[in-house]
Design a protein around this ligand. Structure first.
Ligand SMILES: [Zn+2]
Length: 362
């Protein structure tokens, strides 16, 4: 089978393809239904497939669709792993948990965020014990990032303002302000919320049910939209000098970057889903990483997010302009072509194999 056949054109197809591939691979399935409907009126679920012994000491967890629309890539990788027979070759005492569509609403509606306009990858904070991190610089840029109306002139004006802002405060501070996450403006971009969202609660329930007895866990969360076209960067948010970060480097080599050490274009972000799983599984040694695949330029990716935020706040998703913005954000997070998939799919397979080797050795 061509690798490109693993990738689906919409959420509903991706879900059905994942479920049938998992069933054919002998997986145990579970389904967590979301309260809302998708863009075509379909039911939404976070689905999971478990392969291997229930009491496995080591578990490889993969997660797709944390940033909704990035699920095209993650789903394709999960489906391919199942369809290409890799799932049948797990090491002894090792299981695999594939979580499909962790943010199914965003996946279906072609959004990076969820039903609450939340970036769920800024929401996995322990709100009971910790206030969300402050990002006062975001308040300075919010008004012009969230305009009243949208057209090509307004988009160009925003691009100019962003470029001026980068020149004024420097790239690192500007990126942290705009994309680092904020918990103060619910209608803004990269909003992380002030309480646990549906996906946060669902992933916690999954971790408590399926991962409570594992001693070693690797979490791979598939993302797109940052870095060079087709390159897979492994962004690790474990503390500098931690055992988990050292293990990640031992398993995955130089592809591993640490934002805390200034090695990534990604700013330091709190509230990641994968670090949430590490928190939920305190009995285990957890190595958690994003696989972040580059697509278009950061300017194009960011503008597509700003346009989509305007669309869902003030526009009509089903209008001609809405369809144009949907095509724009899709191109920014899922380059639907053979070259891009040919770069990132084999690499994802290799990373998963490295994770299984590492889990077996640890
Ligand atoms: Zn992402």
């Amino acid at each position: 089978m061509s690798i490109h056949a693993h990738f689906s054109p919409d959420y509903a197809t991706a879900r059905q393809t994942f479920l049938s591939a998992a069933k054919n691979a002998g997986a145990e399935l579970a389904h967590y239904q979301h309260p809302l409907k998708g863009i075509a009126g379909e039911d939404l679920f976070t689905d999971l497939a478990w392969i291997g012994p229930k009491d496995a000491r080591a578990v490889l967890v993969t997660v797709s669709g944390t940033h909704g629309i990035e699920g095209y890539y993650g789903s394709g990788c999960q489906v391919g792993w199942l369809q290409d027979g890799h799932a049948a070759k797990l090491p002894a005492n090792t299981a695999m948990l594939s979580i499909h569509g962790s943010n199914p609403y965003g996946f279906s509606w072609g959004r990076r965020v969820n039903e609450d306009n939340m970036d769920i990858n800024r929401n996995f904070i322990d709100f009971a014990t910790k206030a969300p991190p402050a990002n006062p610089a975001y308040a300075e840029v919010h008004d012009w990032l969230v305009p009243q109306s949208w057209d090509a002139g307004i988009a160009a004006n925003i691009q100019t303002k962003i470029a001026d802002y980068y020149a004024r405060v420097g790239a690192r501070a500007a990126t942290a302000a705009i994309v680092g996450g904020q918990h103060s403006h619910a209608d803004g971009i990269f909003y992380g919320g002030t309480q646990a969202c549906w996906s946060h609660r669902t992933i916690k329930a999954i971790a408590e049910k399926y991962l409570a007895t594992a001693k070693r866990i690797c979490v791979l969360d598939y993302h797109t939209g940052l870095g060079p076209f087709g390159y897979s960067e492994m962004i690790c948010r474990h503390p500098v000098d931690s055992d988990s970060l050292n293990l990640a480097r031992a398993w995955f080599g130089d592809a591993v970057t640490s934002p805390a050490m200034g090695q990534s274009d990604s700013p330091v972000i709190e509230g990641n889903l994968r670090m949430g799983i590490a928190r939920f599984c305190s009995q285990a040694t957890v190595v958690a990483s994003a696989i972040e695949v580059g697509t278009l330029s950061s300017e194009e990716v960011r503008l597509s997010v700003i346009a989509d935020n305007w669309l869902h706040l003030r526009g009509d998703v089903f209008s001609a302009q809405g369809k144009q913005i949907k095509a724009q954000i899709r191109a920014a997070f899922y380059p639907d072509n053979d070259e891009w998939r040919g770069l990132c799919y084999p690499r994802a397979v290799q990373i998963q194999q490295q994770a299984l080797t590492g889990l077996a050795q640890a």
